[in-house]
Design a protein around this ligand. Structure first.
Ligand SMILES: N[C@@H](CCC(=O)N[C@@H](CS)C(=O)NCC(=O)O)C(=O)O
Length: 237
């Protein structure tokens, strides 16, 4: 079975949480907008958002045969069992999904640091509000989310968030740490020691053979100032 991933071709963005799961599992997938050439790929993607009774609101979304699944956490909920990236029991699947939805909330707050007024405006049109948002984020919100993931990890034994085996949520935690280090290098150098388990989890995920190969490949898009994790030095306080 081949998965088709639809996402913006020039950014990691939310699509990266899905790419990491597909890559770790060695799944057969096409990153459609990248592999068909950006212009043509985006055209197909936008067309899919404009047809049928159940269109996705926004990318990322995944197509398998006639089924289209959108919303990052929902895509991972769908892929988890097929890619063997979540335990099979309902309680465990719901717990993984609950954690992934918390990742979704965190990602939205990270995005809103550079877009505190509206996603419709450019960062340059909201720099003053962004500076205020960055202060609140780094002083209160990042510690709240990171502290939560650290305590869940410790309660699970310290290795993976769900206990003994890796799940797609652990891959997302890797991406959060990588992204936050890119966006806020000073703040992370100062504060990441408060979350030693989560940082060690990031390092463990980075060493997984399929992830290491992916990170070293051209398939891994470099962080940049169009994605979720943007490095604006004036916000890294
Ligand atoms: N909650 C959705 C958010 C999807 C989303 O905001 N996608 C962005 C790119 S990362 C987008 O293209 N948004 C277009 C829009 O909001 O109009 C998810 O987690 O997948």
């Amino acid at each position: 079975m081949q998965y088709e991933l639809f996402y913006w071709p020039s950014i990691q963005g939310r699509g990266e949480f899905v790419r990491l799961a597909l890559e770790d599992a060695g799944a057969d997938y096409i990153d459609v907008a990248r592999e068909s050439g950006p212009a043509q790929g985006i055209e197909v993607m936008v067309a899919l958002m404009d047809q049928g009774d159940r269109p996705p609101f926004a990318p990322p979304f995944l197509r398998v045969d006639d089924l289209i699944v959108a919303q990052t956490a929902n895509i991972l909920f769908f892929l988890g069992p097929a890619l063997d990236l979540v335990p099979t029991g309902e309680t465990e699947r719901l717990w993984a999904h609950q954690l992934q939805l918390t990742v979704t909330d965190f990602v939205a707050e990270i995005h809103n640091v550079h877009h505190p007024l509206s996603a419709e405006l450019y960062y340059e049109d909201q720099t003053a509000a962004a500076a205020e948002a960055a202060t609140c984020f780094l002083e209160a919100r990042m510690p709240r989310f990171m502290g939560y993931f650290e305590s869940v990890l410790q309660a699970a034994g310290g290795h993976y968030l769900l206990g003994e085996s890796l799940s797609y949520v652990d891959l997302s935690i890797f991406q959060l740490i990588a992204g936050l280090r890119y966006a806020f290098p000073n703040a992370m150098a100062r504060d990441e020691g408060l979350y030693p388990g989560v940082v060690a989890l990031h390092d463990r995920v980075a060493l997984r053979p399929n992830i290491a190969a992916y990170l070293a490949s051209k398939r891994r898009i470099a962080f940049n100032e169009e994605g979720i994790f943007r490095h604006y030095p004036e916000l890294d306080i």
